[in-house]
Design a protein around this ligand. Structure first.
Ligand code: T1G
Length: 695
């Protein structure tokens, strides 16, 4: 089969795109489609053309990998769309799976569109920091109207074919075999003239108010991003200017968006997120077990949240506590969470009952004997965890995965108390565990390949973004955030106030700066970690300005006061006493406070993450810089349009990062030094590591 196959069904020519896995518009596809159209144009016995995707989907869009190609070498999607728009015989797009981005634009240039009911149609380009660049900004609003067109292009979310039919985006739904239905539809419309062309239609509802409202809306939903405003401008042109003018303007604005750091960041994360699911060195034939039942030990915030992930995908859970009251409380929280979701209309009360029916409470760990996986989510104390794993070793069935949800403790040490360390792994969920998508999969020294592969498959099953990390204090995410917190406290010691430090990271696009985040997580957690780390290092009890705040009993949002004061809106408000405490602290330490610019604060904080990330890479605790970026976007709110801390540093130039680290008193990691000297980026580093080892 060639990349675009031509087959005849009597008077209908069928062009079948065969470019697995998702029929992206890669080099060869435009050429094949154009060739097919030329055949159809030259042969009077061909009355209409059907375009269909082979395999599991129609066209899932332009091939994102070709975005960095020189323009003249990139697949000519616009040329193909123009050829279709001007074609003199009916063309029918036969859609199953997904018609996304350039795929939908191709379909919109066809005369007609038919689809199976569960197909998805959308223009997700904004999620890649670009915009529909092959007519989507001009055609979609002409079909679905200004408001719906803007909503689809700005959210990037697809609609099901059933809704698309209602919107007029699809002309017919095909219940049976798609190709049969599409050929029949083509034959039935072969003589219809004039051919309906979307480019000749007008946009409904394109009032100035609609575009003004959209511009207002993206200030909140897409803060700091470029492509949304370009999309609105182009949609407004569709409503107010001739098609050709909008079509031409779209090409220029597409290039502007594509060449932005934001698009490079979002495209980086698109691929990094998929790469992070691949575990180097794991054979394709590594056995992956199916997880049909789960056991959770601990029904607190984490245990309850973890349980919900399994219930949401229909996996029964036995949840164990030590006391009935704690068990009842835990189940109550789970039910309340579901009922809140139902109240928002995102699930029905029937769904709530179905999920709760899969949940079995117990006071007896023996009830976990048949679970395929058991996840411990109890108090962060090594002795408690060792005691649990010792008991689990006598209870769990052979082959069960024994996982700890510890956020920093040594998984090797936990595994050592069992007779089956190959079955022990860390599954570090992030709070709230039923919401946060990140799952750090902590590979201990003796964790077997099969347990690792099964854990990664499970992550995907429970809709988490799984990233494999190694064992060290804090693994990847928390180890970096500890350094980041150290730097943040230092910047305050030197003269900045907490709210300016937080603002310096809000300016980078993080919804919460270091102190807003600490107040939310609970200051006592950081306090305990600093105490623990001081003990491990044999240092005296730490007495930083933040420790003094905790010792006043101010533990953050949960006590209504921490670094900031909080009222019922939970909006952080600076507190004069805290400012005084910090001033007193500086005086005691003999520090003369100095003015610290927002730029300095942003660099010191962002680069403290990057520098620790470089050390983590050198130690092999993370497999890729891209994995670190995925962790920070899905676990710590780093803005996806920055691509994550490592990508952000690469965009700044690692030479500049090294110079700034030295300027602000941090010692650059050797790997960072090397890459900077070689003029490389972290993406280069990942590409080097991905190269098969030269024999
Ligand atoms: N280009 C290149 N590779 C792609 C791709 C694409 N558009 N979409 C997916 N892949 C790869 C992906 O990297 C992975 O590779 C494999 O396919 C399976 O993907 C001009 C400019 C279609 C819903 O944004 O949303 O058109 O890891 O794991 O979970 O206006 O892929 O196996 O090596 O995601 O079943 C617009 C992006 C492009 C759609 C399927 N289109 N893709 O999900 O599989 S811009 C998109 C998806 C554009 C035009 C503009 C999903 C999917 P590998 P997967 P999945």
């Amino acid at each position: 089969m060639s990349i675009v196959d031509q087959t005849r069904q009597d008077d209908i020519l069928v062009l079948s795109i065969n470019n697995p896995p998702v029929n992206a518009f890669s080099p060869g596809v435009p050429e094949g489609l154009k060739a097919g159209l030329d055949v159809a144009a030259a042969d009077d016995s061909i009355r209409a053309v059907v375009i269909i995707g082979a395999g599991r989907t129609f066209v899932a869009g332009a091939d994102i990998k070709t975005f960095n190609m020189p323009r003249e070498q990139a697949p000519d999607l616009r040329g193909t769309v123009e050829k279709l728009d001007g074609f003199t015989k009916p063309t029918v797009a036969a859609i199953h799976g997904t018609a996304l981005g350039g795929g939908l634009e191709l379909a919109l240039a066809c005369t007609y569109r038919v689809a199976v009911p569960d197909a998805q149609l959308g223009l997700p380009e904004v999620k890649l920091g670009v915009l529909p660049g092959a007519g989507g900004t001009q055609r979609l609003p002409r079909v679905v109207g200004a408001a719906k067109g803007l909503d689809m292009m700005l959210s990037g979310n697809p609609v099901r074919a059933t809704e698309a039919r209602t919107l007029g985006l699809v002309d017919e739904l095909v219940e049976g075999d798609l190709l049969t239905g599409a050929v029949a539809f083509a034959r039935a419309h072969a003589d219809s003239r004039p051919l309906p062309r979307i480019s000749e239609r007008h946009v409904e509802g394109g009032s100035p108010e609609v575009f003004a409202a959209a511009r207002e809306g993206i200030k909140k939903t897409h803060r700091g991003q470029l492509s949304p405003s370009l999309i609105i401008d182009l949609a407004e042109m569709a409503a107010t200017r001739p098609f050709q003018e909008g079509w031409d303007a779209e090409a220029a604005k597409f290039m502007q968006a594509k060449d932005s750091p934001q698009s490079r960041g979002l495209r980086h994360i698109f691929f990094a997120e998929r790469e992070s699911a691949k575990i180097p060195g794991l054979g394709k034939d590594t056995p992956v077990s199916e997880i049909r039942s789960a056991g959770i030990i601990g029904a607190g915030t984490m245990g309850g949240g973890i349980a919900m992930n399994f219930l949401n995908v229909g996996i029964p859970v036995t949840i164990v506590e030590t006391a009935q009251e704690a068990l009842d409380r835990g189940l109550g929280v789970i039910r309340k969470n579901y009922e809140n979701t139902a109240r928002k209309g995102r699930m029905t009360m029937d769904d709530v009952e179905k999920r709760m029916a899969l949940l079995t409470p117990s006071l007896n760990m023996e009830d976990l004997a048949d679970a395929d996986i058991i996840i411990e989510a109890v108090f962060e104390n090594m002795d408690v965890k060792k005691d649990i794993f010792t008991k689990l070793d006598t209870i769990a069935k052979p082959g069960a995965i024994l996982a700890t949800n510890t956020s920093t403790l040594d998984v090797n040490e936990i595994a050592s108390v069992t007779g089956r360390p190959e079955n022990v792994i860390g599954l570090h969920f992030f709070s709230p565990a039923n919401v946060m998508k990140l799952l750090e999969i902590v590979r201990a020294d003796k964790t077997s390949d099969s347990v690792l592969a099964t854990s990664m498959a499970l992550a995907r099953k429970i809709r988490k973004v799984g990233v494999v990390v190694g064992v060290c204090d804090g693994f990847v995410g928390n180890r970096m955030i500890h350094r980041y917190g150290d730097e943040a406290r230092k910047i305050v010691e030197e003269g900045a106030n907490p709210q300016d430090v937080d603002a310096s990271m809000n300016a980078l696009g993080l919804p919460m700066g270091p102190f807003q985040m600490s107040d939310m997580a609970g200051l006592d957690i950081g306090y305990a970690i600093r105490q623990h780390q001081a003990r491990v290092r044999g240092n005296p009890k730490p007495d930083g300005w933040l420790d003094r705040i905790v010792e006043l009993g101010r533990k953050g949002q949960k006590t209504g006061a921490g670094i900031y004061d909080y009222d019922e809106t939970r909006k952080p408000r600076p507190n004069a006493e805290i400012a005084q405490l910090i001033e007193t602290y500086r005086a005691e330490k003999g520090v003369t406070p100095r003015e610290i610019s927002q730029e300095e604060s942003t660099k010191r904080l962002a680069y403290s993450l990057v520098n620790e990330g470089a050390k983590i890479l050198e130690e092999g605790i993370a497999q890729r810089a891209g994995d670190i970026d995925v962790i920070y976007i899905y676990g710590y709110g780093f803005p996806a349009y920055r691509g994550g801390p490592m990508q952000y540093a690469s965009e700044q130039g690692l030479k500049n990062v090294v110079a700034d680290l030295e300027k602000y008193g941090q010692t650059p990691a050797p790997l960072l030094q090397r890459l900077a000297e070689e003029g490389k980026t972290f993406a280069d580093y990942d590409a080097e590591k991905a190269q098969p080892a030269r024999a």
